[in-house]
Design a protein around this ligand. Structure first.
Ligand code: 3EB
Length: 316
């Protein structure tokens, strides 16, 4: 049986609460959100983040047909002929700072990707510790952006992937990046309500964040980047979670429209700062984006201090 969505759809997302001994063979990306350090399942990336309600959750990206797994230096990957998902996980203590660690991670990613048949970066998730620590341009997120830009080197802005960058409250000492790449390039989608992230003014740091607002895959899916309450380049509704959620929904609806408006939401995920949920929030997000099921809600820090929520969505 196939998932809902367009005929060409070839990626779907599922969230499991059970812990399987091993991954189903059609899983190309598996992200675990759970408190504590439960034993690792082979092929699963432990994000170091947990769900808002503390229940273990395993996010599985499934493809038609089996994938093969491999290791290449610091990169672990799973792939089929169309897609490749990679992960790199660096110990920050081996570097002078997070900028250097991020630079190394992204340089490795580019070196690896340049050798793959599925060479086109489509979507990236970044998980880093204490994302808002440090002041001004020394803030760790801004330093991460500096390193990422260096590591990406000469990759043209028009080829940047969609992305999410969120912070862990609990220190793991690690910079983790995982990504989806494709045999065919995607088409980046920008949001008319927002300045392109890679054109943000220096007000937000010396290196603007290197990502596209969304990515339309050749197979039809639209992958929305982590999206927040930002209009133009400015944060809106500081301190007001409900208003930030409304603004973020408006941003995602506009992104979906700009990307052609087709497909149904799947893989809806919400990152909430602190552990303060709000009654009705998940339902507001589900209905605001016309999703059929509730979002996965993760406790995480957002890259600007005043932002309380970030939402990402896959339309298939
Ligand atoms: C924003 O729109 C909010 O640095 O990779 C969202 C998604 C955000 C990805 C990144 C940052 C990133 O600027 C923050």
């Amino acid at each position: 049986m196939r998932a809902v969505g367009s005929e060409a759809a070839s990626l779907r997302v599922e969230v499991m609460s059970a812990r399987p001994e091993r991954l189903p063979e059609d899983v190309i990306l598996a992200l675990a959100y759970e408190a504590g350090d439960a034993a690792a399942i082979p092929g699963v990336l432990q994000t170091g983040l947990s769900t808002l309600d503390g229940a273990a959750a395993l996010e599985l990206w499934r493809t038609p047909g089996p994938v093969t797994g491999g290791v290449d230096g610091p990169v672990r990957f799973r792939a089929n002929p169309e897609f490749l998902c990679g992960a790199i996980d660096l110990d920050e203590s081996g570097f002078r700072g997070i900028a250097d660690a991020a630079e190394s991670a992204y340089r490795r990613i580019r070196e690896f990707q340049d050798r793959q048949a599925q060479r086109h970066l489509l979507r990236v998730w970044n998980f880093i510790d204490s994302i808002n620590e440090g002041n001004g341009d020394l803030e760790r997120y801004r330093q991460f952006c500096i390193g990422r830009a260096r590591g990406l080197g000469d990759l043209a802005s028009e080829r940047l992937p969609a992305a999410t960058a969120v912070g862990r409250a609990s220190g793991t000492g690690r910079v983790q990046v995982c990504w989806l790449a494709g045999r065919a390039p995607g088409r980046p989608i920008e949001n008319p309500r927002q300045v392109r992230a890679y054109h943000y003014p220096m007000l937000y740091g010396p290196s603007p964040p290197a990502f596209a607002r969304g990515m339309r895959l050749e197979t039809g899916e639209l992958m929305g980047s982590g999206t927040s309450s930002i209009v133009g380049h400015e944060s809106r509704h500081a301190g007001d979670l409900q208003a930030q959620v409304d603004e973020t929904i408006a941003n995602l609806r506009e992104l979906h429209r700009a990307g052609g408006g087709s497909g149904e939401p799947a893989g809806l995920k919400v990152y909430l700062r602190g552990r303060n949920g709000a009654p009705g929030l998940a339902e507001k997000i589900r209905s605001g984006l016309s999703a059929s099921g509730p979002p996965l809600v993760i406790a995480a820090d957002i890259c600007r201090r005043e932002l309380l929520v970030e939402i990402e969505c896959l339309w298939i």
